[in-house]
Unconditional design. Structure first.
Length: 188
């Protein structure tokens, strides 16, 4: 089931982004064809999971990934929600922080053997989930800074204020999921 979902979503998204790439190339829309090309690449990444014998991520994590790339590439950049909808960027950073937090929970379950799981402090899980979410936020801001530095000059339109709001939103999303992990670990 997971394999079919990954294959279907990846192929549909890649074909859609390839069509947008061709369309924006013919319109000589430089920034949008580059986003479409990036969309093809990020939609192909989940196909790497098909090489694994057992896919460790749940269907909701897989679908959540495609929700994020749809909201950031198609709606955010191509449909210009980042420019036209003031709250769009911050909301995506909140979502990303929470999403990465859930990925971190999955990674904990993969990397910590079941027989040892009960001995792992719930605070370690809390810190790992929060740390991974914050790290993802920092890396995304570095990406935005580099994009503005070398190409667009529109990713951090608010400068330091935008960066801090984005980092706080990513932290908040990660914090909510880290608290969830803390409470859930207590009962396990």
């Amino acid at each position: 089931m997971k394999r079919k979902i990954i294959m279907t979503l990846s192929i549909v998204f890649m074909v859609f982004m390839a069509a947008l790439l061709i369309y924006f190339l013919t319109k000589d829309d430089t920034s949008r064809w580059q986003v479409a090309l990036g969309g093809i690449l990020v939609s192909a990444l989940p196909l790497l999971l098909l090489r694994l014998k057992n896919i460790p991520f749940s269907i909701s994590i897989i679908i959540g990934y495609f929700v994020f790339i749809t909201c950031s590439t198609v709606l955010g950049s191509i449909a210009k929600f980042y420019v036209d909808v003031r709250w769009w960027d911050t909301t995506l950073h909140l979502y990303k922080g929470g999403y990465v937090g859930f990925v971190a929970i999955t990674l904990c379950k993969i990397c910590i053997p079941g027989k040892v799981w009960g001995d792992v402090s719930r605070w370690i899980i809390f810190l790992f989930v929060l740390s991974l979410a914050v790290t993802a936020s920092v890396l995304w801001e570095i990406y935005e800074f580099a994009g503005d530095l070398f190409y667009t000059e529109t990713m951090q339109r608010g400068g330091n204020k935008d960066t801090m709001y984005d980092l706080l939103a990513g932290f908040a999303g990660g914090l909510l999921v880290a608290i969830y992990a803390l409470l859930k670990k207590r009962t396990v």
